[in-house]
Design a protein around this ligand. Structure first.
Ligand SMILES: Nc1nc2c(ncn2[C@@H]2O[C@H](COP(=O)(O)OP(=O)(O)OP(=O)(O)O)[C@@H](O)[C@H]2O)c(=O)[nH]1
Ligand SMILES: [K+]
Ligand SMILES: [Mg+2]
Length: 424
């Protein structure tokens, strides 16, 4: 018999309202004991909650959802109580004292929803991203996954695969009858078009790009004004600025959202070949490593001297004669000139590197499954052995099933649901 779990699903107290959820076979009995009787399913009722000794715990709105058509796929009860620390604690204590009830682990409600087929793995992953979303773009991408858009796309591919498998089966039946019936040319076309769709999905930016943010590294020689510009973009004095060359030694990074796009701004030590002390030299090594990890490099040094593909910035534009001829941006950290334009440019460049808004993006785990599927059917040719083609299609189908979590291993599930908070 499954345990019945409970947890505070709203934010941590004190708050105006606390929502305690109870899921499992004993949910109805638990609510009945607290509220005196079980309310009619799926309607709110105002009840006085009492503990085992008849002491009043709170006046609360209570709801009961009968399984399996619930968020967890089990009987589910909700208590909307006053969100004070002691109120919540007292109700939780009363629940914990009941036989068969225990506190939920992090993500356990969602894990049950997955186990009961209410959500698939891709939807659960989208949900985790949705709860973690801090910017508008992250929210919209996660919404697309959590809402099943990604899963529906994969289901569509799966249907096309099944269609191809049916054609192979039919051709095999013919060959049993002694006919050497080859697959029609439409078959290889359809397989190639499926593989092309997968290639396109694999080439698109990963969902993680949105989660982690676009790394923008400020680089250039000492005193170029990197830290000053970094501070100007952040509107805070995160990095120390001085006229002394070699002021910044360590890597300083700050997350920030511009236009709903998540960025990590990274200030680094000025790059120079000689004259740096031992600590500064370590900083320079770290700066070089940051350049390798960067998505966008802002180069504040001499023209053409920055790493390939970097965005040339002409800094200190308020100083006469400071301008470089081919810079993409002329900015002054002191007057703020060009800062808005630089931010707008960063947002536009970031959008090229990120999943398209409103479209579900594949995360690394999902992409690995899709890549296996792609490998399995890539280069199928009509003159191949029918049994081998059938096997390739089966491998591809299994990979898509894995993507949706139909054959997921415990460690994949532990890693995912561990990302959730308690009560989700
Ligand atoms: N006039 C003017 N001075 C600036 C501007 N930006 C930076 N400076 C000055 O240039 C000097 C160096 O600025 P920093 O921001 O410390 O330069 P940095 O590139 O971070 O230097 P390191 O960390 O030593 O590599 C400081 O004296 C700043 O006040 C600017 O836009 N206009
Ligand atoms: K400096
Ligand atoms: Mg600096």
């Amino acid at each position: 018999m499954t345990d019945t779990i409970f947890a505070l699903s709203s934010g941590s107290p004190p708050a105006a309202i606390g929502v305690i959820r109870i899921s499992g076979p004993a949910a109805a009995g638990a609510l009945e004991r607290l509220a005196g009787s079980l309310p009619a399913p799926r309607t709110t009722s105002l009840r006085t909650l009492k503990d085992g000794e008849g002491g009043v715990l709170d006046r609360a709105l209570v709801l009961f959802f009968d399984g399996p058509r619930t968020a967890t796929g089990e009987d589910l009860a909700e208590i909307h109580c006053h969100g004070g620390r002691a109120v919540v604690a007292a109700i939780e204590r009363a629940l914990g004292a009941m036989e068969g009830l225990r506190r939920a682990d992090p993500g356990e409600f969602t894990r049950r929803a997955f186990a009961n087929g209410v959500v698939d793995l891709a939807e659960a992953e989208g949900l985790a991203d949705l709860l973690a979303a801090e910017t508008e773009l992250q929210r919209r991408a996660a919404e697309a996954s959590a809402g099943g858009q990604l899963s529906r796309q994969v289901e569509g591919w799966r249907d096309r695969l099944l269609g191809l498998s049916a054609q192979v089966e039919a051709a095999l039946d013919f060959s049993d009858e002694g006919d050497v019936e080859a697959l029609p040319p439409e078959f290889t076309d359809a397989a190639a078009s499926l593989a092309a769709d997968w290639r396109a999905a694999l080439d698109a930016p990963r969902a993680e790009r949105l989660r982690d943010g676009i790394r923008v590294v400020f680089a250039g020689p000492p005193n170029a004004g990197k830290s000053s510009l970094f501070n100007a973009l952040l509107d805070e004095g995160a990095a120390i600025v001085s006229e002394e060359a070699g002021t910044t030694r360590d890597v300083i990074e700050r997350p920030v959202a511009f236009g709903g796009v998540p960025f990590i701004l990274v200030d680094t030590a000025g790059l120079r070949e000689s004259g740096a002390g031992s600590i500064e030299s370590i900083g320079i090594d770290r700066a070089r490593r940051e350049l390798d990890r960067s998505d966008i490099i802002l180069w504040l040094g001499d023209e053409g001297q920055g790493p390939a593909g970097s965005l040339e910035i002409s800094s200190k534009s308020d100083i006469e004669g400071a301008a470089k001829s081919n810079a993409a941006h002329y900015v002054s950290a002191q007057t703020g000139e060009g800062v808005e334009a630089l931010i707008a440019d960063l947002v536009q460049r970031a959008r090229q590197l990120l999943p398209k808004p409103g479209l579900a993006a594949f995360n690394q785990r999902q992409a690995e499954s899709l890549s296996d599927a792609h490998d399995a059917i890539g280069g199928i040719s009509a003159d191949e052995d029918l049994l081998l083609i059938g096997e390739r299609l089966r491998i591809a189908r299994r990979s898509l099933d894995r993507l949706l979590g139909r054959h997921s291993t415990e460690d994949v599930l532990d890693a995912l649901f561990g990302r959730f908070c308690i009560g989700k």
